[in-house]
Ligand binder design. Structure first.
Ligand code: TPP
Ligand code: SF4
Length: 302
């Protein structure tokens, strides 16, 4: 990991869990937990990472961890944070060194739990929320979410003669988080592990709410080989489909700036969820990516 971000050898998301072969969401959780350290309490929404890690009587978690509903993860984390503050204030025990971390998939975060997340950010809780974005509701069988990219086939946005697959563009939750005027927002991907570790560390250290969205390639739902989730993640960053940037107190910085963006076609062609796309469809996606990249660069220069 990065020179600035030291981690120990301890696994806080331990092996033996039941994630699919090649799952980059499990990889991302493992990396994140290495940076979090022991003084954390994690509230984890229903979803792949909860299901694969906590089937009674087993657990992969070696730190305090609570399974929450889809809709209330950020509310539960807010409550824990307030509780810790009260314990410290009343002299019951000093919990000031603990950080509350909320985790959810993109369905739990961008759709069902968004209201609770917005409330927590607006109230200014001292907590880090991490969205593991695999771009669909994977745990229940690859249903589309508002984070599913345009053109992707899922079981509820199937591609066919009359359908391109997902017909809406990916919701920009980092921008929504920035609009809450919180101190730290970032995007990350396990394919860039030093960058990811640096951002998790910053999110832990900042006082107030922090939001990090981690692109987490899912071979099962993306229909890609199980041995190339890391490459796919890198390709998403290099073509601009998932740029890596951070926003500290409103100031944008792009962390990985490719010399020139790779064509999106290269990224799309490796994944079965996009295999039905025509050249015209791919051009449309390319145009949108160019447009979004231009906007991001502008934000980062201001
Ligand atoms: C309110 C509610 N609706 C639906 C479900 C069923 N459900 C459980 S996990 C899941 C999918 C989770 O998707 P996401 O949050 O994107 O995480 P992933 O599994 O992709 O990591 C669904 C739909 C539920 N538990 N609660
Ligand atoms: S469905 Fe996808 S995100 Fe879920 S455990 Fe399998 S590879 Fe990982």
């Amino acid at each position: 990991m990065s020179k600035q971000t030291t981690v120990d050898a301890k696994e806080r998301f331990a092996p033996g869990h039941r994630a699919c072969i090649g799952c980059a969401e499990a990889l991302a959780v493992r990396m994140v937990c290495k940076v979090l350290g022991d003084n954390v309490i994690i509230a984890n929404a229903t979803g792949c990472m909860e299901i694969v890690s906590s089937q009674m009587p087993f657990t992969s978690w070696t730190v305090p961890w609570i399974h929450t509903l889809f809709d209330n993860t950020a509310a539960v984390a807010s409550g824990i944070e307030s509780g810790l503050k009260a314990l410290t204030r009343k002299g019951v025990c000093d919990m000031s060194g603990f950080k509350v971390v909320a985790m959810g998939g993109d369905g739990a975060t961008l759709d069902i739990g968004l209201q609770a997340l917005s409330g927590a950010m607006e109230r200014g809780h001292n907590m880090l929320y991490i969205c593991f974005d695999n771009e669909a509701y994977m745990n229940t069988g690859i249903q589309r979410s508002s984070s599913t990219p345009y053109g992707a086939a899922t079981t509820t946005s199937p591609a066919g003669k009359a359908s391109i697959g997902q017909f809406t563009w990916k919701k920009n939750l980092p921008a929504i988080a920035v609009a809450h005027d919180i101190p730290y927002v970032a995007t990350a991907c396990p394919s860039y592990h030093r960058d990811l570790a640096m951002k998790v560390k910053k999110g832990m250290e900042v006082k107030g709410p922090a939001y990090i969205q981690i692109l987490s390639p899912c071979p099962t739902g993306w229909r890609c080989p199980t041995d190339n989730a890391v490459e796919v993640g890198r390709a998403a960053v290099q073509c601009g489909m998932f740029p890596l940037y951070e926003v500290e107190n409103g100031k944008y910085k792009i962390n990985v700036v490719p010399e020139s963006l790779k064509p999106v076609a290269e990224y799309l062609k490796g994944q079965g969820r996009f295999r039905h796309l025509s050249e015209t469809d791919i051009n449309k996606i390319q145009q949108k990516v160019n447009q979004n990249w231009g906007k991001l660069k502008e934000l980062a220069t201001n």
